[in-house]
Design a protein around this ligand. Sequence first.
Ligand SMILES: Nc1nc2c(ncn2[C@@H]2O[C@H](COP(=O)(O)OP(=O)(O)O)[C@@H](O)[C@H]2O)c(=O)[nH]1
Ligand SMILES: [Mg+2]
Length: 237
Amino acid sequence: MAKNGEPDYDQVGDEGECKVKIICLGDSAVGKSKLVERFLMDGYKPQQLSTYALTLFNYKTEVNKQKVLVDFWDTAGQERFNNMHPSYYHQAHACILVFDTTRKVTYKNLPLWLKELREYRPEIPCLCCANKIDVDYNVTKKSFGFAKKQRMPFYFVSASDGTNVVKMFNDAIRAAVAYKNDSTDFMDEIMRELENFELETDSGSQTLDDKKDNVSESGLESSKNKDNDDDDSDVKS
Ligand SMILES: Nc1nc2c(ncn2[C@@H]2O[C@H](COP(=O)(O)OP(=O)(O)O)[C@@H](O)[C@H]2O)c(=O)[nH]1
Ligand SMILES: [Mg+2]
């Protein structure tokens, strides 16, 4: 532990594990907390960092036979004030940018979140996801130009029914470990993999419905607070 009781990610774990920190960014109520909870299901031990009202979720896994300790950092809603305390970004190894497919303004704000991230962490891998696709699966027919423009891996996800959640977090963990190990071409590898992943989905060999069959319902309430922003710029059907 370093100052303020925060973990120090430059140190290795007690058993020599690689320690990485992953953060989620995006507007309030896009589903950042639910996505982390969905990924971890029962297997998490939340830890409160009282200084900044942050919660850490510890997760143990292995990447290429290397033991990895992942800390997912979650906010207590500070994003409502449109920026995060610098300690949220400190030593982060990967970031997941989240928007809510039912509220267009959350998509439009992604460049602002990315800008803030890059002020603190210019180089870390960043992934992007469109959450709450369970509300209307037709949204997956739209293309969202932002991620492509920024050359970020992009995922349609649902914290509610689990679609693509495991895939996305596993990619984020691998990206974080690769970043920590100085393996710079790893993001290109994920991008190439996702191109094939999309092709498979298009050809019908793995449809969203198939993927849904592999996950159980979580009983999350669905979001009804749709935003009535009708400006369709950069969102193509
Ligand atoms: N329908 C639906 N609702 C979701 C999904 N993810 C989150 N929500 C709801 O959206 C609201 C905000 O979620 P939360 O995780 O607290 O958002 P955060 O502020 O970004 O952490 C809650 O009411 C969740 O139940 C999803 O995938 N589908
Ligand atoms: Mg939250």
